[in-house]
Ligand binder design. Structure first.
Ligand SMILES: Cc1cc2nc3c(=O)[nH]c(=O)nc-3n(C[C@H](O)[C@H](O)[C@H](O)COP(=O)(O)OP(=O)(O)OC[C@H]3O[C@@H](n4cnc5c(N)ncnc54)[C@H](O)[C@@H]3O)c2cc1C
Length: 444
């Protein structure tokens, strides 16, 4: 059987942050690029995001908070200034600097950036095609990836390319892979991302000889209150309990199970491993005033997260005393008495022995003793996976012996290892590795 054939310098699979950043960068330097996108439009999770392009303030902080492979974390820090300069040079709207979690960044016009990349691709004679995916990568006798067989409802086309970049956005949309690579409880986790990223990049990379970092069980996500109906994109931020790093979390046995103060994203990771993958998130009047009603970044609107959760199906209580908290916990299948004992231990240690508390509190350790108390049952929701294809610092996919699979690149959430059980920005990771991939393909 013969297939229609197209030729290009760079074939990109996935038109999100990593894929289009690579495509635009290469096209601006003269490459003919073909981008295939499964959805009927560009943007992926990047278009659902707040567009805050941020990272850790130094490689040392990246190591601490991203907690992935130092060499990959360094690539993000090193390439970040170049990425910002590229946006500014093209006239993309970039805000003033803002503090974001344990780093810094900018609010950018993400739509302008990605649409601008499409324009660059088309201007250089390339194409971005929709509702198209890839059935298999093409390889020559030596194992070099030479393009891919693309599939559209009208038929199949072989795209021959000097380099192929996998940028399909991770495997969070695939319950089977979530349970295999993250935790068996992760099979039923709520999806807080685009619906198309279901592990195609992993499958294609692996079939071509690439290795998957199966030991990296990390992912980025947030704890959310119970929704009336999940799926509407506005819930992704509305119901996220970003302030859980200032609260306490208790599992069904009434036990704390992690250092909550590290961040809501790591709390999400730890909660999926708890019985029935849920927890009670508890905070007091001080935390409510200082964190649960304040925006996570300067550009987001303030909102009372507890009130919004309760208006949309949340299970919670505003309690005037500890006894009411215990009753609420017991009524919802948690061990209320054990939870109150644990809370009392926490308050004692916060006052007299934070340094020997277990689990520890490394970032903020103040007693929860100002009524009223807020308790909300929370569930993990996943935004993207960390355990993708093994890559080197040039974004080349590696096999299980550490050798590059020739011609094959991966960036963004399809690539594994940049983060461990930590997080320092998804957009910056995708954009910097997208640019890195384009450079490795020869477009400096
Ligand atoms: C609600 C929300 C808020 C966020 N806020 C922020 C934020 O403020 N700051 C930040 O740094 N990060 C944020 N993120 C995370 C950020 O959006 C992602 O980390 C980033 O978009 C990942 O880039 P990517 O290119 O890997 O994936 P994506 O941007 O998701 O792109 C992947 C693309 O591949 C396509 N695709 C999937 N499968 C195939 C296939 N088989 N064939 C062809 N195409 C395919 C998808 O449709 C998609 O277009 C947020 C995410 C969400 C959901």
């Amino acid at each position: 059987m013969s297939y229609e054939v197209l030729e290009c310098d760079l074939l990109v699979v996935g038109a999100g942050m990593a894929g289009l950043s690579a495509a635009g960068w290469a096209a601006e330097r003269g490459a003919r690029v073909i981008v295939v996108e499964k959805a009927p439009q560009i943007g992926g999770s990047a278009f659902l995001s707040g567009g805050v392009l941020w990272t850790a303030a130094s490689p040392k902080k990246m190591e601490l908070y991203g907690a992935g492979e130092p060499a990959l974390g360094e690539v993000i820090c090193e390439r970040y200034p170049e990425a910002i300069a590229w946006l500014r040079r093209r006239g993309v709207d970039v805000s003033k600097t803002m503090k974001v979690l344990h780093g810094y960044g900018y609010q950018i016009d993400i739509v302008e950036h990605l649409k601008g990349c499409v324009d660059l691709v088309e201007k250089a004679g390339g194409h971005v095609v929709f509702e198209t995916t890839v059935s298999t990568l093409l390889q020559d006798k030596e194992g070099r990836v030479t393009g891919a067989r693309t599939v559209h409802q009208d038929g199949e086309i072989d795209v021959h390319a000097k380099w192929t970049l996998l940028a399909t956005g991770g495997f969070q949309g695939n319950p089977e892979l979530r349970s295999q690579y993250i935790h068996e409880n992760a099979r039923d986790m709520l999806l807080r991302s685009n619906v198309y990223s279901d592990g195609a990049g992993l499958r294609l990379g692996r079939e071509a000889g690439g290795e998957v970092r199966g030991t990296n069980r990390g992912f980025y996500g947030h704890l959310v209150s119970k929704p009336n109906a999940w799926g509407e994109e506005r819930y992704f931020t509305m119901l996220s309990q970003y302030h859980s790093d200032h609260a306490l979390l208790f599992n069904e046995q009434g036990k704390r199970f992690c250092d909550e103060s590290v961040g809501d994203h790591t709390n999400t990771y730890h909660t999926v491993q708890q019985p029935h993958a849920r927890a009670i998130c508890l905070w007091d009047a001080r935390v409510h005033a200082e964190h649960a009603t304040k925006p996570i970044v300067a550009t987001a609107p303030p909102m009372d997260k507890f009130a919004v959760a309760m208006e949309n199906g949340g299970e919670g209580i505003i309690a005037q005393n500890y006894a009411e908290l215990g009753n609420f916990a017991t009524a919802h299948g948690f061990d209320g008495e054990a939870m109150l004992r644990e809370l009392s231990y926490y308050n004692d240690q916060a006052n007299n022995g934070w340094e020997v508390m277990t689990p520890p509190r490394t970032e903020s350790c103040l007693p929860m003793d100002r009524a009223p108390y807020y308790a909300l049952i929370v569930y993990p929701a996943i935004t993207f996976t960390f355990g993708g294809l093994t890559i080197d610092t040039g974004a080349q996919v590696l096999d299980n012996k550490g050798r590059a699979v020739p011609g094959l690149l991966a960036a963004g959430s399809d690539a594994g290892g940049a983060y461990g059980v930590g997080y320092a920005g998804g957009l910056a990771m995708a954009m910097t590795f997208g640019i890195t991939a384009a450079r490795t393909a020869g477009w400096q």
